[in-house]
Design a binder for this molecule. Structure first.
Ligand SMILES: Cc1ncc(COP(=O)(O)O)c(C=O)c1O
Length: 385
């Protein structure tokens, strides 16, 4: 039983599997060149970009950059935008794919970083603190996670982003836990830059990701990598045109074939329906686990606002030990530890317990699996007592 969808989704839609296999069997180019295979590949990339643009509410598919994952998308903005003296606001909810590049930029470029806290009860970022930090002086960038990968709580990003924009700060949204199975549009979120993986809520292949630039914002960001784009090859300077500016080197064509199929799969079902399915499962799991005596839930009890994640601590039991028992005795695959988000655990005081156990559901998680997970955690908690 797979309960690690927040890391990467499993299983994947048949159409995604067929698209990857189809490309591996018949594909022979990365869309750069003049022969028929290259033209086919270019069309496939174009279709993928158009489907993603439709899904993310982006008028021009050229603003959709294909990356290797959410980490590359986030790093592209952070490393390409920020320079000495810039003030940046991120938060304790952020993943290491935000915190580590920012720590490196603090050390090597002299940026100034402030971290927003969150309310342990509601899981929400502190809007008042954001306002105070914004009022303390000019801020170049605010990084907002759409949903914590530890608590699962979806944030009120549009309100926070509007606050940032009103003070002239740019906004980078990390939609790693929401994109695909939760409505995410550039305008809806109020983002200048939107980073997301292709392999979680979208159910595409691992090794795929997306970075969306609001029109014109690409001019503010230098590329992370430079190289061949198949265009303007006579120039030694990196093309400024989108999306080539950020897409050097041969593209991940099997991944893009699968990602395009995944975006079409989501568009067909609609993110609203996927969200409703996800919320029904998450809320049920959270409510049932909440009834288990002695278990400490880190996921707030706010029905309709949690995206697929329920995390908990079994008092007296290290998180890794608990996950090992869940797998070995009950066949449940889940994720234990700090989930690459150490500051959430520091704030919640769960570091000494080895972090937490995270169960994360997806579109293919069944009712029977949910019931078995609840019963397994119940037995585990009873033994630990
Ligand atoms: C909140 C958050 N941001 C970023 C990432 C990094 O995503 P990727 O694995 O696609 O690089 C993750 C992955 O777990 C995440 O949960």
């Amino acid at each position: 039983m797979y309960f690690d969808n927040a890391a990467t989704s499993f299983p994947r839609p048949e159409s995604v599997i067929r698209a990857v296999e189809g490309w591996l069997r018949a594909g022979c180019a990365a869309g750069r060149g003049g022969h028929a295979g290259a033209v086919d590949a270019a069309l496939l990339v174009q279709r993928c970009r158009s489907s993603l643009a439709a899904l993310l509410g982006v008028a021009s598919p050229r603003q959709v950059v294909l990356t290797s994952g959410c980490t590359e998308s986030l790093n592209t903005v952070l490393l390409g935008l920020l320079s000495a003296g810039d003030r940046v606001i991120a938060s304790e909810l952020d993943h290491n794919s935000v915190l580590r590049p920012l720590a490196w930029l603090e050390r090597t470029r002299g940026i100034h970083l402030d971290l927003l806290g969150f309310d342990a009860g509601t899981g929400l970022l502190d809007a008042l603190q954001l306002e105070q930090l914004l009022d303390a002086g000019p801020v170049r960038l605010v990084v907002l996670t759409h949903a914590s990968n530890v608590t699962g709580r979806v944030q009120r990003v549009s309100e926070l982003a509007a606050l940032a924009a009103s003070r002239g700060a740019l906004v980078l949204v990390d939609a790693a836990q929401t994109a695909g199975h939760w409505p995410c549009s550039l305008d809806g979120l109020g983002a200048d830059f939107l980073a997301l993986p292709g392999h979680k809520g979208l159910c595409g292949p691992l090794g795929t990701g997306v970075l969306v630039f609001r029109e014109g914002r690409e001019d503010l960001v230098s590329p992370l990598k430079f190289g061949g784009t198949g265009t303007e090859s006579e120039l030694l300077a990196q093309p400024e045109r989108m999306p080539e500016k950020f897409e050097s080197g041969n593209l991940n064509m099997p991944g893009i074939a699968g990602l395009g199929a995944a975006a079409d799969w989501v568009l067909e079902r609609t993110p609203e329906l996927l969200r409703a399915n996800l919320v029904a499962k998450t809320d049920w799991l959270s409510a049932e686990l909440g009834r288990i005596s002695g278990l400490r839930l880190l996921t707030p009890g706010v029905p309709g606002e949690i995206c697929g994640i329920v995390s908990f601590v079994v008092p007296g039991l290290d998180a890794h030990e608990a996950a090992m028992v869940l797998e070995q005795a009950f066949g449940i695959r889940c994720r234990a530890g700090l989930h690459c988000a150490p500051l959430v655990h520091r704030a919640l005081g769960t570091e000494s317990a080895g972090g937490a156990v995270r169960l994360s559901v997806g579109e293919f998680t069944t009712e029977s699996e949910l019931a078995q997970a609840v019963s397994a955690v119940g037995e585990l908690a009873m033994v630990a007592r």
